[in-house]
Design a protein around this ligand. Structure first.
Ligand SMILES: [Zn+2]
Length: 260
């Protein structure tokens, strides 16, 4: 499975780099707005339509554009083309409005293709701008874990009146989504095998009630007297088991009351 990961950084450009960034914003805006202008000039009654200048030609026309990354300008041209493709798409469900001019006051952005920037620990090298200091905007918490039980759901359906909507198929789908999300946030998913008696085992002392049925909503331990809601007991067992899997050895979590 491929996991795409996104990071958000805050950049700390020098004065000189800030000037360069602003120039780049300005130049990509020219490319975009030129394309918008030509696009909006389209007149279906005319036989000859004006076509926009390519970013290369715009760069030749306006000498000052040579100071910024040609790739950034080209990217903006590509972005407009995909806007156009989207605009005229027959399979598109929602109608999108006409392209808008970008202004100096709006959100400023430009994009660079992969080969035009590189990341190191605390710097990003941008073409024509140089190495700019970066800091990760939000630390992603590590080492958190999800524990889930691989339930023998189809077996449960056969034996008991459980909702028909639950099935092994939807469980594995759920597991896949959870694994994907977990990987994204650098977390771990531990799957507990379905033969683990999570409901029948006392989460306090480990005694097993082999005669527990689905109608028993409270787990009462005949060995230590611990009383707990059935599902809370099962989830405690799943957690303990998962932690044992992770840590190899794990001490019992201690007896807590029914309420938790
Ligand atoms: Zn017990």
């Amino acid at each position: 499975m491929i996991t795409l990961k996104a990071f958000k950084y805050r950049i700390y450009p020098t004065k000189q780099q800030l000037i360069q960034l602003n120039k780049t914003f300005g130049c990509v805006r020219v490319v975009w707005n030129h394309n918008v202008e030509i696009f909006n000039k389209f007149d279906k009654n005319k036989t000859e339509q004006e076509s926009p200048l390519t970013s290369t030609l715009l760069r030749k026309k306006y000498e000052w554009m040579g100071e910024v990354s040609a790739a950034a300008l080209q990217q903006k041209e590509i972005d407009f083309k995909s806007f156009k493709k989207n605009y005229f798409s027959k399979t598109r469900k929602k109608k999108i409005g006409r392209p808008q001019f970008k202004t100096k006051d709006g959100l400023q952005s430009f994009r660079l293709p992969n080969q035009k920037f590189s990341l190191s620990d605390n710097k990003i090298r941008l073409e024509k701008i140089g190495k700019v200091k970066i800091v990760l905007d939000r630390e992603i918490p590590n080492n958190s874990k999800f524990m889930i039980e691989d339930l023998n759901v189809s077996g449960m359906i056969k034996n008991h009146n459980l909702a028909k909507s639950i099935s092994d198929a939807s469980f594995s789908e759920f597991y896949n989504i959870l694994s994907y999300k977990a990987k994204w946030y650098s977390k771990e998913v531990v799957k507990i095998d379905r033969w683990f008696a999570s409901s029948k085992t006392c989460s306090c002392c480990g005694w097993r009630n082999e005669h527990l049925t689905l109608s028993d909503r409270t787990f009462t331990c005949k060995a230590c007297g611990f009383e707990i809601d059935r599902d809370s007991n099962a989830s405690k067992n799943i957690l303990n088991k998962a932690l044992r899997v992770i840590n190899a050895i794990r001490t019992p979590s201690g007896c807590q009351t029914l309420a938790d």
